[in-house]
Design a protein around this ligand. Structure first.
Ligand SMILES: [Zn+2]
Length: 221
């Protein structure tokens, strides 16, 4: 198994996988034989993790290719339909009327459709999370930001990327709590992350997972 070894002043061995590549972090003096044995022990986990990541990229590549539409974390199969006048979600399918002949037209219609749903849904969700956490905000608006999922300015106006409607509930919750926590701390200081953790102790999992979906912010433009 090929891997990248990073030695540093640390106490334990860890393995991480990013884009199918294995990185091992090891203390300065751990013998190579020990590291190799550790990797051997973890080989099942490593293979499973690599397969899992590949599946994710493959699935997103279906979204990129326009074969699927991501909605609430589910991959809906896009079906061109002569029977539908408007876009319609039905179970695991999303029907796209045939009048939207090419990809550009279909994406434009999809954007309008999803934005409408997002506006309504995120408005309600943000109010709900705000009430639950006691973190107030001044206003809410949708954005079409190129890289960000959300933002909160100095006056506590919250902006949310309409593409959040594509993500599963845990990721949306994380983004909402993140932006609401900015109404208290306008930075990414330790205090800020402690505020996030108050309402989502395992926020780190969501924070990392959110990165998988960053390609979506450059789509539907
Ligand atoms: Zn932030």
């Amino acid at each position: 198994m090929e891997y990248k070894l990073i030695r540093s002043k640390r106490k334990s061995l860890t393995i991480s996988i990013t884009n199918g590549e294995i990185t091992v972090k090891a203390p300065l003096k751990t013998p190579l034989s020990h590291i190799e044995a550790f990797i051997g022990e973890k080989s099942n986990w490593i293979e499973r993790k690599i397969a899992e990541q590949k599946r994710k990229t493959d699935l997103l590549s279906n979204v990129i290719a326009g074969e699927c539409v991501l909605y609430h974390g589910a991959f809906l199969k896009a079906v061109g339909s002569a029977d539908h006048k408007r876009i319609k979600i039905d179970g695991e399918y999303i029907f796209i009327p045939e009048k939207y002949k090419d990809r550009t037209a279909a994406d434009k219609a999809l954007t309008a459709f999803l934005k409408r749903l997002a506006e309504n849904e995120l408005n309600i969700l943000l109010a709900d999370v705000s009430a639950r956490t006691g973190l107030g905000y001044a206003s809410f608006a949708l954005t079409n930001a190129r890289t960000k999922w959300g933002s909160c300015d100095g006056k506590c106006n919250i902006r949310l990327n309409w593409r959040l409607i594509m993500l599963d509930a845990e990721l949306v919750e994380y983004v909402l709590i993140h932006e609401l926590a900015h109404t208290v701390y306008h930075d990414h200081s330790k205090s800020f992350w402690a505020e996030v953790a108050k309402f989502m102790p395992r926020y780190n999992t969501a924070k990392k997972r959110l990165k998988t979906y960053s390609v979506l912010t450059s789509m539907y433009r």
